[in-house]
Design a protein around this ligand. Structure first.
Ligand code: M7G
Length: 333
């Protein structure tokens, strides 16, 4: 990746989104093609200042500066190598800019290239609206748009993972069973190290499960298997207990191949809010109570005003007082 992308050759087109709280900025631009000098590919670049770790404030060995086996002493801000620039001092109050050495001051960077119009939409800051998707709306609008290839993000990255063609060395645990199996690995958004921002995803081996809407009682063994094996593997490898994990499924997902998100409970990961995430334990419980719950339920999701299907979800003649379609009809009827 470092070889493939020379950041000095990136040409900025526009800023898509920035957030001072999460300290992220997302930009659209182009990179030159490796093959043809006069061709440039559209690219989205997401930059995120990384979170502080315990090592960053370690002073335990300041007087005796031996590194531990991982060189962690060198990761502290409290070191000779950190430069301080005084802004002002007033009585007991001091204000400084601090310049730590580059290797503990990294910025996480994600690149999507060549990106599509749909990626640009996904990463752009826009007005969003909540759709209450009845089974009828799912059947008549969502399902038909899912059949259009142009409406989908490619799933090639998912198949590359399932076939061990990419990221195989990052797998945390795999159950290779075709019906109950899955691969758990670090998410694209995680640096793979900072526990404070722990983020992994479990991708199912079954190829025909698109989303929450696909799940019925038949899939309970799969969901329970993902939950049990993943939390055990995360505890073994990262020391995080199941009670410290937020385990959930997005609706709507960006990628329509069933996967489950695992994030550290204290980490406010993107997409954890109630309009999008459904706790796996609640999903299991709902299906245990009503086997076709997710075919009957009205499920909320958010849509951007620029989405080409926006108006289909808000037809101008919608009758707010009509009997909920979910009561009368389930998917497939
Ligand atoms: P989602 O709920 O479909 O959509 O989640 P979201 O991206 O809007 O949350 C898909 C998840 O897969 C996200 O958490 C992505 O960060 C992650 N992801 C996406 N890609 C392209 C990759 C990838 O190539 N590798 C890995 N490991 N994770 C990815």
């Amino acid at each position: 990746m470092a070889d493939k992308y020379d950041l000095s050759k990136f040409r900025l087109e526009r800023i898509l989104n920035k957030n001072s709280k999460t300290k992220t900025i997302c930009v659209l631009g182009t990179f030159p093609s490796e093959l043809a000098a006069d061709t440039r590919y559209p690219a989205i670049v997401v930059l995120e200042k990384t979170a502080f770790t315990d090592y960053n404030v370690n002073t335990a060995t300041n007087d005796d500066r031996d590194d531990d086996d991982d060189g962690n002493q060198c990761k502290s801000y409290f070191s000779h190598e950190t430069k301080l620039k005084e802004e002002f001092l007033n009585d007991i109050y001091g204000n400084f800019l601090c310049f730590p050495k580059p290797d503990i001051n990294s910025v996480k960077l994600n690149i999507i290239s060549p990106c599509t119009e749909k990626h640009i939409q996904k990463y752009s800051s826009q007005e969003i609206f909540i759709v209450l998707e009845t089974p009828y709306l799912y059947k008549t609008v969502t399902e038909s748009r899912l059949q259009l290839e142009s409406e989908q993000f490619t799933l090639d990255w998912v198949y590359n993972i399932l076939e061990h063609k990419k990221e195989a060395d990052r797998i945390i645990v795999e159950d290779p069973c075709k019906t109950l199996g899955f691969i758990l690995l670090p998410d694209f958004k995680w640096d793979g190290k900072t526990l404070e921002t722990f983020y992994a995803i479990a991708i199912v081996h079954q190829l025909n499960l698109k989303s929450l809407r696909s799940l019925t009682a038949e899939h309970l063994p799969l969901l329970r298997n993902i939950q049990t094996k993943s939390v055990t593997a995360i505890k073994t490898k990262y020391g995080l207990d199941s009670s410290q994990l937020r385990i959930y499924i997005h609706y709507q997902p960006s990628f329509y191949h069933l996967h489950v998100h695992f994030t550290y409970l204290k980490y406010e990961a993107p997409g954890i809010h109630c309009e999008r995430s459904h706790m796996l334990s609640t999903v299991i419980n709902n299906i245990e109570l009503v086997s076709d719950y997710y075919q009957r339920a009205t499920i909320p999701f958010t849509i951007k005003s620029s989405d080409p299907h926006y108006l289909k979800y808000f037809p101008p003649d919608a009758d707010d007082n009509a009997e909920p379609i979910a009561k009368k009809q389930k998917i497939g009827e």
